[in-house]
Design a protein around this ligand. Structure first.
Ligand code: NDP
Length: 434
């Protein structure tokens, strides 16, 4: 904390991993002697830069951007870019740190990184977003490459932004390479990449419930967010026979007592992906849906909760409400959506809890598959990618069980942290003092 002052989110992420890993780490002298834990918390490098761009009125704006290249022991750096006014170095360091272990869990050769800017895409015109992306890539292109660092999307960075960034990369480098993932299907993108994080989260949840003698079909599911992760988690959850009773955005949440229909989901997809509207419009359109402004959905009774919006969106009082309503499992679609206190409440109440590094790894896994397809200059069918995604998620679940099994139940937080950490630690040990 002294070395990284005022980086609360980063401290929170490190503390969670260290708490899981320490007992096991202290038993392994080789890791201790090589100071693997201390070394893995220090990023390889952080690039910080200014991004200047012009508004439609011709005014100049300046934002700050970062790329945190955290650890490339297992492969080229890999991790998303986030555009949101709340972005700080601390948030990108926590996300980059988590990404190391998540990528390790996928079993694919990927190191951990994260980047982004405090640029707010909300309310900006298409042209302004394009100019910002081009200006950002004008600096970023020096630091990335298909064998060096391969960024992807995250909050505020979807297909539109990736396309502008990729176009500018090609213009600057004069060559086509799979330097970004999440690209459009007609220019090197992978089938199922858009759906992968949300689908993967539901696949993981299904394994977690099955491991504890429960079926996903028929369950009542509360989801937060209505972005990329939330919408495809909702789609897969509905397909699995659950009732999805909430979605949200930063203005509040909608409650759909009888469960979101396919028609309503289609409406929200169109609303969010094309019109960039607010979630309250679902309630304006469908009389049976109720909108709760400035509120979070955790007070709604459910069997399963999938937090899919942002970090620290569930605190201890929310977790208490969930536990009291009889919630069986919380499976994270977002990164670190629970405060440390909320995670403790779930553990105390024996609510199953899958950390994002395990349950939202489907997105980066399919990004890894996009890199492989680009390198081979081929593209796999939707069925083939989905099959690989399912198998990667099944493997991650199995590794959590292997390392987190405690008296008939699985501690998924410990299991994911130890399994993810071990592989990185072994590589770092093998490389010697570097
Ligand atoms: P999107 O930008 O597509 O959607 C984000 C959603 O979360 C929106 O509904 C947004 O509402 C809401 N949200 C964002 N910030 C806040 C906030 N401070 N308070 C309340 N609601 C908020 O992002 P993604 O769906 O891609 O990402 C969601 C989460 O999943 C993030 O934690 C991300 O790191 C994680 N993740 C994403 C992956 C991916 O493949 N996209 C992969 C793995 C993890 P509004 O529109 O009103 O801002």
């Amino acid at each position: 904390k002294k070395r990284n002052p005022h980086e609360e989110e980063f401290h929170q992420a490190v503390e969670e991993v260290a708490t899981s890993v320490l007992p096991w780490y202290m038993d392994h002298e080789a890791y201790r002697k090589a100071q693997i834990l201390e070394r893995v918390t220090e990023p390889d490098r952080i690039v910080t830069f200014r991004v200047c761009w012009e508004t439609d009125e011709g005014d100049v704006r300046a934002n700050r951007a970062w790329r945190v290249q955290f650890n490339h022991s297992l492969g080229p750096y890999k991790g998303g870019l986030r555009f949101h006014p709340s972005v700080t170095q601390s948030i990108l360091k926590f996300l980059g740190f988590e990404q190391i272990f998540k990528n390790s869990l996928t079993g694919l050769p990927m190191g951990g990184a994260k980047g982004g800017s405090n640029f707010n895409p909300k309310g900006k015109s298409e042209r302004e977003v394009m100019r910002f992306c081009q200006s950002m890539m004008t600096e970023l292109h020096r630091h990335i490459g298909e064998d060096v660092d391969v960024p992807a999307g995250d909050i505020g960075v979807g297909g539109r932004e990736i396309s502008y960034l990729f176009g500018q990369y090609m213009r600057l480098e004069n060559r086509w390479s799979g330097v970004l993932t999440g690209k459009g299907l007609s220019f090197g993108g992978s089938a199922v990449r858009t759906e992968a994080t949300g689908y993967g989260c539901v696949y993981f949840c299904e394994h977690m419930l099955a491991q504890h003698g429960e079926e996903i079909a028929g369950k009542k599911v509360v989801i937060s967010g209505s972005g990329n992760v939330a919408l495809y988690a909702a789609e897969k959850a509905i397909e699995k026979g659950t009732k999805v009773v909430t979605l949200s955005d930063s203005s509040g949440f909608v409650h759909v007592t009888d469960g979101l229909t396919e028609q309503q989901l289609h409406f929200v997809k169109e609303l969010k992906e094309n019109r960039r509207g607010r979630i309250s419009e679902l309630a304006d359109e469908f009389g049976s849906v109720k909108f709760y402004p400035k509120a979070r959905p955790w007070g709604v009774d459910c069997d399963v909760a999938l937090p899919c919006a942002t970090q620290n969106e569930m605190d201890a009082s929310d977790a208490i409400e969930l536990a009291r309503s009889g919630c069986l499992a919380v499976c994270e679609g977002a990164n670190m959506p629970l405060t440390a206190d909320a995670a403790k409440v779930l553990a105390d109440h024996k609510v199953l809890h899958a950390p994002g590094k395990a349950s939202n790894a489907g997105g980066v896994a399919v990004s890894g598959l996009e890199q492989s397809q680009n390198a081979m200059r081929i593209s796999w069918s939707r069925e083939e990618v989905d099959e690989r995604l399912r198998s990667i998620i099944a493997n991650i679940h199995a590794r959590c069980v292997e390392y987190g099994h405690q008296q008939g139940r699985v501690n998924y937080v410990d299991g994911a942290n130890i399994a993810g950490f071990k592989k990185v630690a072994d590589a770092m040990l093998a490389y010697g003092v570097v």
